[in-house]
Design a protein around this ligand. Structure first.
Ligand code: ZN
Length: 186
């Protein structure tokens, strides 16, 4: 069984972006539940998951290095960090961030394909924001600190009304299944 680490983005003190109605939850709150659902369903996809939580350390760098240190001790084959996006502009869509390594890019593409499918972004012809390689700036430390190929997933914009409505229709269970389907194809 493939061992994959799931890291819940943000921490109790700083919970990340807040999504609007009808989701109305922070990234931490939403993705903590998502991670638990993934954990429950993982064996159906022949995947072994362990969930890791970031703890506030007073320094972003220390927080990331601590959690990915724990991930390294478990020694998974891949890691996924759970987020959702936010913007002050009217923008919607799914994207996956990659370190740019061959394995990270492949995992990112598999996951992005599942998200595009789940949110029906092909038919609406918008919102497939693709795989983005990030080696510096926001998120880069998460992508580069662990030994395993890592990705960061931003399936929707919590700031966007249409995305939140669609996410609400989809439901957390189906989002969990999309993540696990990508993992099962590795
Ligand atoms: Zn986030």
């Amino acid at each position: 069984m493939r061992k994959i680490a799931v890291i819940v983005g943000h921490n109790q003190i700083s919970q990340g972006a807040q999504s609007i109605t009808p989701i109305d939850r922070s990234e931490l709150d939403f993705n903590s539940e998502l991670a638990q659902v993934m954990l429950q369903k993982a064996s159906d996809f022949n995947v072994e998951i362990r969930v890791f939580h970031r703890e506030h350390q007073g320094s972003y760098r220390r927080e990331i290095l601590k959690v990915y240190g724990e991930v390294n001790e478990w020694d998974p084959e891949y890691s996924t960090e759970l987020h959702f996006n936010s913007s002050v502009f009217t923008v919607s869509g799914s994207e996956v961030l990659s370190s740019g390594s061959r394995k990270s890019l492949r995992f990112a593409k598999l996951t992005q394909d599942e998200m595009v499918n789940l949110f029906d972004r092909k038919r609406s012809n918008r919102g497939d924001r693709g795989v983005k390689t990030r080696r510096q700036g926001r998120g880069a430390l998460s992508l580069l600190s662990g030994n395993a190929p890592a990705i960061i997933v931003e399936p929707f914009f919590g700031s966007n009304r249409a995305d939140c409505r669609r996410m609400n229709e989809i439901g957390i269970e189906n989002l969990a299944i999309a993540y696990l389907t990508a993992m099962s194809k590795l």
